[in-house]
Design a binder for this molecule. Sequence first.
Ligand code: GCW
Length: 732
Amino acid sequence: MKFVSLLALCALGLTASAQAEDGYDLWLRYHPLEKAAASHYAAIGATVVSASHSETANVTRDELVRGLSGLLAKKVTAREAITGNGAVLFGTPENSRTIAALHLPLEKLGPEGYLIRAAVVKGKPVTVIAGSSDVGVLYGAFRFLKLIQTRASIDHIDIASAPKVKLRLLNHWDNLDGSVERGYAGSSIFKWWELPAHSSQRMVDYARANASVGINGTVLINVNASSMILTREWLSKVARLADTFRPYGIKVYLAARFSAPIEIGGLKTADPLDPEVRAWWKNKADEIYHSIPDFGGFLVKANSEGQPGPQDYGRSHADGANMMAEALAPHGGVVMWRAFVYSHEVPVDRVKQAYDEFKPLDGKFRDNVIVQVKNGPLDFQPREPFSPLFGATPATAMGMELEITKEYLGFNTHLVYLGTLWQEVLDSDTFAKGQGSTVAKVVDGTLFDKKLTLMAGVANIGSDRNWCGSIFDQANWYAFGRLAWDPEAQAKDIAADWVKMTFTDNPVFDTAAVTLMMGSRETAVNYMTPLGLAHQMGTSGHYGPGSWIDNVGRPDWNPVYYHRADAQGIGFDRSPSGSDAVSQYAPALRDRLAKVETTPKNALLWFHHVPWSQPMKSGRTLWDELVARYGQGVAEVDTMATSWAKLKPYVDTERFDITADYLRIQRRDAQLWRDASVAYFASISHLPLPAGEKAPLHSLGYYKALEYPYAPGQGTPGRKIKPPPVDDAPTP
Ligand code: GCW
């Protein structure tokens, strides 16, 4: 009986896997379009045609067949030649004589660009997807499918696109033991135990998802790196992953630990000027390229947070980077050298350090080195100004590092769309070469005419079935890829595409979901760190509020270091009379940021120590405004939850429920942030709460005692778990 009913279910396509909306398919769901749209597109996507059987052509064919068959709800077949109307012909001029004969303007699109054009071949209407390389064509195929997924008009299609940034990379902070530093979506997706014998379907799907948004490389392991990865046994595992990813245009890179020559090479030193050390890295590079001929290169975190580096030997970052770059250069590899450094001595102002270290090194790096700079000068905060290194080093290739995983933004349980955060940074004007010298133009290389360009995103991917720990966090992976392809793309357009592909093209749903996403980052800023505050999270976990923390080893690891609140006011004075960090920006910007009146309100307390009584444009005092902002954040989460609840009819239960549950967590946390922060700052300002503002639910002592021992992402097994604080709220 059971057997029969299972068969019947299968016939109806109702097996769990066919129906499951658990998020595994990401934005590549390819669910059947509604009938009218399907029959319209069916005329354009009748067959998939290519005679090429390169690895990449094969996966392109598979994706087109899979995508079109799903969307059009019919079996779309692959052929070697055009046999009727409505063929989708894909290829390069080299592997398709038909495409060569069309003389398409492909050269100007570079090696990874593509062109999609309606054409007539031998009297038959076809759609051509062409590029100079197979990978360009694959990107074009994903774009073609996206056009159908988003119900775009493709009748007279003629579009071309090429990436503006050369290296579009995920940075995994995955450890070799399977844990993920700052990872909130389960454990690592890389199953080192099974490699190299087995590389799973999940690895293929990972590559598909990345390629679909143009990501062309991945750094497999944490920048807090283990040298082990560079040993022969581990490299064979890496090589297997490289083989799996290669058809999708994805190169593998590794984080390299600077002291590896000592740890696994048996040398006494890792001094970058020592001939034996140089020879060791050269041999290591040769060994890697022997099994991975298209290996991308090394990512290095050196002399930062206790990691080894060239300064241990009195050498500079340039000495270290150049030594590795020299080893990789014969093979075409690159070194991505991180600028997230801070020395052992406690600085006058932590946010000045990266600039102070790297500005003097401008022009000293080999041409296969790119300096990888976090978007802001501190550390992936909900809001910080752009790093002043962008625009300050015309003679050095500078790449940008973004954090897709939400270390400081509520992990996977807060809905925060990061597209707007990243766009804000990319749109910022450095004034390096006058007005319009945006960060995006530094990153895409046009401002200083750089060929080696990079956008890196710290991955938010883990072993969770939905990849990212929540459905809406998938949007951040998606948006990262889109912005890396085009740093001038608009966060709102990206959100709109993602929503349509991930959920539905129903306009009621789409408008509401995009609105919810677009406001979400500002909401998080409001309930966590309004008006330019930063680094107010509890130390180590970086989850809940911790503005009072003042007892961590280094002063600049404590929230009190950043807010500097006292009885008079609050904020870090970075004006010329303070740390003068403003002088790291171009004069036109420096002059603006130097004064309270001309500093944007959302960066006020980042740059200035402002009296509590300072009148704000809103008519409130600074104190009243600060309290109001926290409350506004809480109210906005309420609105988000209410608007999500209204979308229930448009979403499958599984994805609706997880999002609704997480919004409840976010609401609880927003209140916690508001109450704890208000309780603490009131104890410093000694000011009463503005009229109408509710007193925090608990005493300050209660909030201070809170810990989150079960918070993921810290990778510190054996942490002590303290009992929770006694609940001191009055019984309602
Ligand atoms: O934000 C900090 C994180 C560390 C991280 C470091 C870095 C990988 O808290 O976990 O280490 O940045 O970017 O190197």
